[in-house]
Design a protein around this ligand. Structure first.
Ligand SMILES: [Zn+2]
Length: 338
């Protein structure tokens, strides 16, 4: 925290950090790869094609109306808090004027967490599916289930105990087509995949996986808890549900569930990371590599519960967190009154 405050005292510091992340060897023209001049307004002009660009152009900070000190503080809170931060908390802590702005910032950060081409799970992987999300306190019992989303879960299991990385994704149904697509997207070929006896998984061996089936009926006959047949997905599902209800108070719309699941998976897979500062670095690094995310792209449904009705620009932009040293104003006030 101390280092964060010392490093990023001004919006210019933050901009320079993004520039360093994006072009550690110095600016190169994104169009033609040539070196460039720095213009008076901080933008760059290519020495060859004369194209003009800025540090934030083409990243998730493109055309942002939010000062970078606010962005960096949001990213710091997002990356370093063990369970993340809700839009409401961010709005309050950073004193962002509108909930919409805070909400959209967090969704932009979430959207960068899935790196294209990331490695798939390997070793021994348990796969199962469960209903998640759509928690509506006003609905009780079975009726609420209709609001939940069928979610596939894959977890690496370690010997003799413990879990490795996980992946989660909503699936449209429990058919073979849906579940096999989830497995091939998230698990390396030739991996040992452990599932229950559900027929949706019957095609896995044909896809080149070593498929191990555990029968619920056999577990019951042996006096074992059938819920513990696949301890990895069972554990991850309960952690994810608790996280959605805790940090986000269950106020997660189904249409955005996938982004919250991506955030949960990012946190789970880095749960043993000692350095929270490295997570901050990692999120910003992904953010400058990620193409811009428009507000309209974030608002994917007509009137989801966690989507604010108005775009953020209607409320103006948050103020920079940049401050000059205040010279101990409490002492000054004492002297004035004395
Ligand atoms: Zn150029």
């Amino acid at each position: 925290m101390g280092q964060f405050q010392a490093w990023f005292r001004s919006d210019a510091d933050c901009l320079d950090y993004l520039e360093w992340l994006r072009w550690p060897e110095g600016f190169l023209c994104p169009e033609c790869g040539h070196h460039a001049w720095r213009l008076g307004d901080g933008r760059f002009m290519c020495s060859s094609c004369c194209g003009r660009t800025s540090v934030t152009a083409g990243t998730i900070f493109d055309r942002t109306r939010t000062p970078l000190t606010v962005w960096f503080t949001a990213c710091w809170l997002f990356a370093t808090a063990k369970d993340g931060i809700s839009a409401l908390s961010l709005k309050r802590v950073v004193e962002i004027g509108s909930y919409q702005t805070a909400w959209a910032m967090l969704h932009r950060l979430r959207s960068v967490l899935v790196r294209p081409g990331r490695e798939r799970l390997s070793g021994t992987v348990e796969v199962d599916e469960t209903y998640i999300g759509g928690e509506e306190p006003e609905l009780s019992g079975g009726r609420a289930k209709g609001k939940k989303v069928l979610t596939a879960i894959a977890v690496e299991v370690k010997k003799p105990r413990g879990f490795g990385r996980c992946r989660m994704a909503p699936v449209s149904d429990a058919s073979g087509a849906s579940l096999e697509a989830f497995v091939t997207d998230n698990v390396e070929p030739v991996t040992t995949v452990v599932t229950d006896g559900w027929m949706g998984y019957h095609g896995l061996a044909k896809l080149g996986y070593k498929h191990e089936r555990r029968s619920q009926r056999a577990a019951r006959a042996a006096g074992e808890d059938p819920n513990q047949l696949l301890p990895g997905p069972h554990r991850v599902a309960s952690l994810a549900k608790r996280w959605l209800l805790g940090t986000h108070q269950g106020a997660v719309d189904n249409a955005h569930l996938i982004h919250y699941l991506n955030e949960f998976v990012f946190r789970f897979n880095r749960r043993q990371s000692r350095s929270r500062g490295m997570l901050f670095y990692r999120v910003l690094e992904l953010a400058v590599m990620h193409k811009p995310v428009r507000y309209q792209d974030l608002v994917v449904t007509r009137r989801p519960r966690d989507v604010p009705p108005l775009p953020p620009r209607t409320r103006g932009r948050p103020a920079s967190l940049e401050r000059r040293p205040a010279e101990r104003p409490w002492r000054r006030r004492e002297t004035d009154s004395g």
